[in-house]
Design a protein around this ligand. Structure first.
Ligand code: NDP
Length: 343
């Protein structure tokens, strides 16, 4: 009985893989190339319950076929986490939209073809971004709930990479629900969707602390390394959740029928860059000496004109508390300082 985790070497997926292994699962983790597979195995001390597989590019609709041809009969659960997460692109269709959409379709097609009776649960990692477009975010009348959808179209989301990324999560998620509706008589699996806000928190392995980090942690990394006011990404704000709670929610959804058919929103609250700046100054005064102050205490104000969210349904289903901003920022910053200090 194995669980497939796609994009197993990503920021969030590594925590998921680790938690699954600790719970005794056999984990099949897809990465892009043999070098990443070797690194993954090294990081997990060649754990015999971890099986790396190479899925080079999820844009290809047959990209997961070989995985299910080989392991399909053993795979009981699938956590599809892989998707492009970056805002640097001059070709958003091929860099963001297609891999997100086709990746989801490719996994589900492979299940239908090669493991329709063995896979019982699929959990898709979507995003808050799939629930709300940048335009909706700027409207203070928008209240995001588990029923919301990003209102972008395939055409109008292509104006900039952030809009395209947000919409890519919507199209990928929608494809999953549509697939299940269409093929429900041919597959056994139930579907749950996990949609986090910006995910902060420590990297599972310190090699994840790089000069430029994964997109969400890079907000905090930029602040820690800010030496002038222009270095602080004040424009960054939105819903947040800790990576450890994100991993826990994925495994909860895998194991509990109460999540079947649900779109769960992971969001403890909202952050602004100024609030992160304030936390760094309060909790790491030595480091804070080199970092600009901004306007302490004014962060929350920036959120007043923007959208809000109500994820009470999700909180009720999951039933565990989420880490707050101070804890997730503190743990992220502490690791960045520790690793950079050692260099
Ligand atoms: P990472 O960039 O760390 O992980 C993304 C993973 O997907 C990597 O393993 C990456 O491989 C893989 N991937 C991307 N494109 C392709 C492709 N074309 N073919 C094969 N593999 C690919 O990001 P996160 O851990 O932050 O994100 C994981 C998931 O969580 C994504 O679905 C993302 O949308 C979602 N999410 C993230 C949030 C955040 O704030 N971090 C917030 C909400 C949702 P490689 O690195 O080798 O390219």
């Amino acid at each position: 009985n194995a669980i497939l985790v796609s994009g197993a070497d990503g920021f969030i997926a590594l925590h998921i893989v680790n938690d699954l292994l600790q719970k005794g699962y056999t984990v099949i983790g897809s990465v892009r190339n043999p070098e990443e597979a070797a690194l993954l195995m090294k990081d997990f001390n060649n754990n015999p319950k971890l099986i790396p597989v190479v899925v080079e590019d999820i844009s290809k609709l047959n990209s997961f076929d070989h995985v299910f041809q080989e392991y399909g009969s053993q795979i009981k659960g699938v956590l599809h986490v892989a998707s492009p997460v970056h805002f640097e692109s001059s070709d958003v269709v091929n860099d963001l939209l297609i891999p997100a959409l086709n990746g989801t379709t490719a996994v589900l097609n492979a299940i239908k073809e090669y493991a329709p009776q063995s896979v019982e649960k699929v959990v898709i990692t979507s995003s808050f971004a799939g629930f709300v477009s940048p335009k909706q975010m700027a409207d203070k009348n928008t209240v995001v709930t588990e029923d919301s959808w990003n209102d972008s179209t395939w055409e109008n989301c292509q104006s900039d990479p952030i809009s395209a990324y947000c919409a890519s999560k919507k199209f990928a998620e929608k494809a999953a629900w549509d697939f299940l509706e269409k093929y429900k008589s041919e597959v056994k699996f139930e579907l749950a969707v996990i949609s986090p806000g910006w995910v902060f928190g420590p990297q599972l392995f310190s090699r994840g602390v790089k000069p430029v980090m994964n997109v969400s942690c890079e907000i905090i990394n930029k602040i820690v390394h800010a030496r002038s006011i222009d270095d602080v990404p004040f424009e960054m704000m939105g819903p947040y959740i800790d990576v450890r709670d994100t991993a826990k929610a994925h495994i909860f959804a895998l194991e509990n029928d109460s999540c079947n058919g649900h779109r769960l929103i992971l969001n403890e609250g909202f952050f602004t860059a100024q609030e992160i700046l304030d936390i760094v100054h309060n909790d790491f005064p030595e480091v804070g000496k080199d970092i600009p102050m901004g306007n302490p205490g004014t962060g929350k104000k920036l959120l007043e004109e923007r959208f809000t969210a109500d994820n009470s349904k999700t909180r009720k289903i999951l039933g565990f508390p989420f880490r707050d901003l101070k804890e997730t920022v503190d743990d992220t910053v502490a690791q960045i300082i520790e690793v950079n200090g050692k260099k």
